[in-house]
Unconditional design. Structure first.
Length: 441
């Protein structure tokens, strides 16, 4: 028996495509801004916030699977690293993948050793309560992934690895890019990148973290790939003090790659433009993505919005049912009735329909196969309320093709991400119909 899943959603403009890269990429952040020993270590303002910001960029623009551990204790750091080692060892995570481990917070030096300070660090028992870089490298090295990059944004972080002159050569051009990917698949990397501060002062606003975010925004140039040497070069611009090196069983030629997910970046930028809802935002999107999937829609919105006067803007306190010259009702209700028909210039578009469909899998699998010569076709239509930020709110099944198929679909509906509906240039809450169609022959 052959299995086919028919992709026939009329509303879909694009599905988020995962860039072709060797193995999945993961990022684990340990961010500490609050310390139990408050008499010795005052709170910080930005490590957790900056870690979350970096995680979002890696996840949305580069396809990383990310996790941010906020204010962990020493035991929690060690347990989480052991957990990741187990996930790679039992193939829960792709063993040929990449893992970025990022530490952000305070650091301290003591008797020739450097330490990252977890939330439960005791200044009088530093050796027992802090994460010693020298010993921590052995714990990190035990994680059985092919590529590991350890980044530390904390004072005295240069203790993490030797300041070797690792991988100066940057790969450029399409041919060199293929060579780079091939070499990446064949070599093992254990790389270190640190902020290099030796003053012991921890600024509330980390320049290193901000430059790291800016480097990711560079997206590696024309080939959309940011290599470890390129990352180091961008971070070192403007006099930023950094240290880079390698440790453990690092192999010559080993690298760490940030391969930009162009489709995801396009969709993310469009989503932001839709939320802003201004001509400037739409024009910025068109400038950034001249061949973007949403360029035509953006151009239509610019033409429509830029010619409007203030009288056409929706007032925040306007009642339901107000009309404009076109005679269509204005939708301001955050809890619109399921049966209402509301006009919108642009209806919601699912950005990750293909991804959600793959999570659903084949719901026809439980159906009989042996001796069955007929095709099985099942369609389920759901009506989903999408908020003014493109998020799923709730749903109702309006055409239940089969309870087994509906049961397989419904748990995954909240994972859908949309562009919001637009009415008179403003994002609104909107009920949209979506079809899920499956066939087995």
């Amino acid at each position: 028996m052959s299995h086919r899943i028919l992709f026939c959603l009329f509303l879909l403009l694009t599905a988020v495509a995962v860039a072709a890269q060797p193995g999945q990429s993961y990022a684990l952040f340990f961010a500490v801004d609050t310390y139990q020993d408050s008499s010795a270590y005052r709170p910080l303002e930005t490590p957790v916030r900056q870690a979350k910001s970096l995680a979002r960029v890696l996840e949305r623009a580069y396809g990383f699977q990310t996790e941010v551990v906020e204010n962990p204790s020493l035991g929690q750091i060690e347990a989480k690293l052991a957990e990741y080692a187990t996930r790679f060892a039992d193939s829960t995570y792709a063993t040929d993948g990449q893992l970025l481990v990022f530490f952000s917070g305070r650091g301290q030096a003591h008797y020739g050793q450097g330490y990252f300070l977890p939330s439960n660090t005791q200044s009088s028992r530093l050796h027992q309560s802090a994460f010693m870089y020298f010993m921590g490298k052995y714990l990190l090295e035990s994680i059985p992934c092919r590529h590991l990059l350890v980044v530390v944004d904390a004072p005295y972080s240069y203790y993490v690895g030797s300041a070797t002159d690792t991988e100066k050569a940057a790969f450029t051009g399409s041919g060199e890019g293929e060579k780079m990917l091939q070499q990446h698949q064949e070599t093992r990397s254990r790389l270190v990148l640190t902020s290099g501060d030796s003053t012991g002062q921890t600024p509330d606003q980390s320049d290193f973290a901000e430059r790291f975010r800016e480097a990711l925004a560079q997206s590696g140039g024309a080939d959309s790939t940011l290599t470890f040497p390129e990352l180091c070069g961008l971070l070192g611009q403007g006099g930023t003090d950094i240290h880079r090196g390698s440790f453990g069983k690092h192999e010559a030629g080993g690298n760490f790659l940030f391969i930009r997910n162009i489709a995801a970046a396009d969709s993310l930028s469009w989503q932001r433009a839709m939320r802003a809802g201004s001509c400037t935002a739409y024009q910025s999107y068109m400038a950034d993505y001249p061949a973007g999937k949403y360029r035509e829609a953006a151009a239509q919105l610019v033409e429509m919005r830029c010619g409007q006067q203030d009288s056409t803007q929706v007032e925040a306190n306007a009642p339901i049912g107000n009309t404009y010259n076109d005679g269509w009702p204005v939708q301001l209700e955050r809890n619109p009735d399921f049966h209402w028909f509301i006009y919108a210039e642009l209806e919601p578009k699912a950005l990750n329909y293909g991804e959600v469909l793959s999570l659903i899998g084949d719901p026809l699998e439980p159906f009989p196969k042996k001796g069955d010569t007929k095709k099985i076709k099942v369609s389920v239509i759901v009506r989903i309320l999408v908020d003014d930020h493109g998020n799923y709110v709730r749903h109702r099944v309006i055409n239940d093709g089969h309870p087994i198929v509906s049961k397989a679909i419904v748990p995954h509906l909240p994972k859908l991400i949309f562009t919001p509906a637009i009415q008179h240039g403003k994002p609104i809450y909107y009920w949209v119909n979506m079809g899920f169609h499956f066939e087995r022959s």
